[in-house]
Each structure stands twice: as structure tokens, then as C-alpha cells.
Design a protein around this ligand. Sequence first.
Ligand code: ATP
Ligand code: MG
Length: 356
Amino acid sequence: MELSSLTIRNFRNLASLDVAIPSSGVVVIGDNGQGKTNLLEAIYYLVLFRSLRGAKDRELVRFGEAGFFVAGDAKPRVTAGYEINHRYKKVTVNGTEVKKLSSAVGLVVAVALSPADRVIVEGGPSMRRRYLDVLLSLSNPQYLAALTELRAAMKQRNAALKRGNATEAQAFDRPVATAGARVADTRHRWAVEWRSRFVELCTSMGESSEPGMVYSSRHWTPDGGPESIEENLKLRIERDLRRATTTVGPHRDDLLLTLGERETRRFGSAGQQRTAAIALRLLEAQALSESHDTAPIALFDDVFAELDESRQERLLLLIKESLPGQAIITAPRDAEVPAVLFERPRWRMTGGKIEQ
Ligand code: ATP
Ligand code: MG
């Protein structure tokens, strides 16, 4: 997949950009705070119609402006605009406004790598669920549908719990359990399918302990299905009423990452967590290549900076395999970009503007 041109208006510090992007991609060099990450965030907005960094839409609007607009030609041409006042998000595909955002999610496919990805490994379970949700939503439309159903049912159940109405809340046990089991099952099967590749990737980046990756759920088992969730919902109704929220379901699950049987989140070193995070991104790249039948656009945000030379070299080899297509690479200095990646045009970014 390739992005041939990009238009940005009032997205963070990027006031106005109209650029053609070469098919190999570009290297973007610029001092801290000039807008390099913002540029990648704008591109990624066309993938999910949400911020890559988890920011709210209104935070993406340039200070003092009413809204932002991003457009990219990637066959199809996808545009996204947001207005603060009306809280209105408009997405178009080849000139036609889409009625449901979900139908446009994943038309542009990209994978972003950044040192901040370490939070996927080091952070709480919600970080890893978010990783799975994004990846599975992009690669599997049925997953996105199940997730949307689950969220809707959960929202209604929680609203009833807040009102203290147990009967009303329990009317949503079945919908939560049915959608929840589909979500948990897809996540579980993904982890089973990709576990050995995860191990391989960590090992080839120099990890010497035995890595592990399993989907862990307290209320669901592969054999138990929706019934396992429904039973647990029933059992915990008193607790749910007390806490005024649903405490049972896949929104409490985790993708357990381990090294030598110990949780990488708690016991891994910074470098080991970083390695596992890169492995997850490469898995994402591979999974999306398979589901979309094309290599995702690679967005590398200062990825090579903290890596020693041998890790850099190993990572470059893996990238060649998993992300062989267009790459947009940012760094504060030329020296932070490995030489082989420099076979691309270079842009300089200053104060949200690009000099080619
Ligand atoms: P680094 O090398 O430090 O990662 P960077 O070039 O990636 O820097 P960005 O994160 O892209 O920097 O840009 C940060 C700048 O964008 C900051 O100076 C910040 O003030 C500005 N910024 C963030 N949000 C907005 C916004 N909504 N409107 C205007 N400017 C913003
Ligand atoms: Mg940055």
C-alpha cells in the first residue's frame, strides 16, 4: 500500500501541508518539537480516524482553530475532517461521505513504530487490549462488529447499574456475553496463531530468555463460550451494583507477555520491554499484510535512536521482511537513521513546515 499525496490543515502544529510522497517513502529530519510525530499521527488518522497516541479529537485541532482536515491518496482517496463546535467528524472515501466510520477503518493500512510503544508491554492490561483491538479491527471486520456490539451492550448495562436497577442491568447479560465471547475467542485464537512468530521475533532481536504470549481471561474459557461469561455476570451482580460498573467481561482480560514464565511487564528490563514491543508491531505488520494482501505503510518515529548497532541491524533485517513497502521515517538527526534507510528523499521539518 502506498500514500501518493497528503494534505493537512490545522492538525496540531501542522497549519497547512500539501505534499507528494515518493513511492519508497521519505526520511523526515527535524529538531524536537517541530511536528515530526504530528505528521505521522496525521497520516495514521486516516487508518483509524482516531489519534495514534490516544489523544482526543479536539486536542488534534491546531490551537485556536475550529477544526482539522487530513486527506491522503492511497487508492482509495480517504479524507477525514473534524469540527470542534459541532463535534462532527466527516470521513469520505473517493469523494463520498461514509455513513458508518467502521466501514472506512482499515482502507488505509499502516503500522506505526515508536519508542512510546513500550507502554504496550510495560503498561496495564488496557494497553495490550487496545493493541489487540486495533489490530483485529483492522484485519477482521467481524471483530470490529462484535467489539461495537459489546461496547453498546456494556454501556447500557453500566447505565442500569448506575441507576441501581439490577433487573434492567441483567437484561444485558446475554448480549454482553454473546458479543464478549466473540471478542475473547478472536483474541485468544490470534494469540495462539501468532505465539511462535512472536517468540521467533524476540529471539532474533537478541532476546535470550524464553518469551511467551497467551490470552488470559478470568471469566471466559475457549470451551465455556458465552455461557462462561454469562454465569460470571450472574454471580457478580451484587459486586457490579456496588461498584456501579460491569466487572466481568473481555474488558478485563489481558494479553500476557512473559520471559522465562515471568511477566515482562513487571520483571522485564527496559530493553527487553522495548524488544517485545517491537516484536508486537512486527506481528501487527505481518498480520495486516496477510489480511490486506499488501504491505502496510511503515511509520517509523525515531525508532532506531536508542538501539545499539547490533540490535539496529537485526531490526532492519526484520523490517525488510515485515514492512517492505513505503516507509516514512522520522529522526532528530541524520545520524539516528541507519544508512540503508537513507535511500529515500529527505525532508526537513521546522515549525510544522516541510522543506523538500
Ligand atoms: P520530538 O523530536 O521531540 O519527538 P516532534 O518533531 O516529533 O519532536 P511533535 O510531537 O510532532 O514534535 O510536535 C510537538 C509540537 O506540536 C509541540 O511543540 C506542541 O506544542 C505542538 N502541538 C501539539 N498539539 C498541538 C495543537 N493542538 N496545536 C498546535 N500545536 C500543537
Ligand atoms: Mg516526536
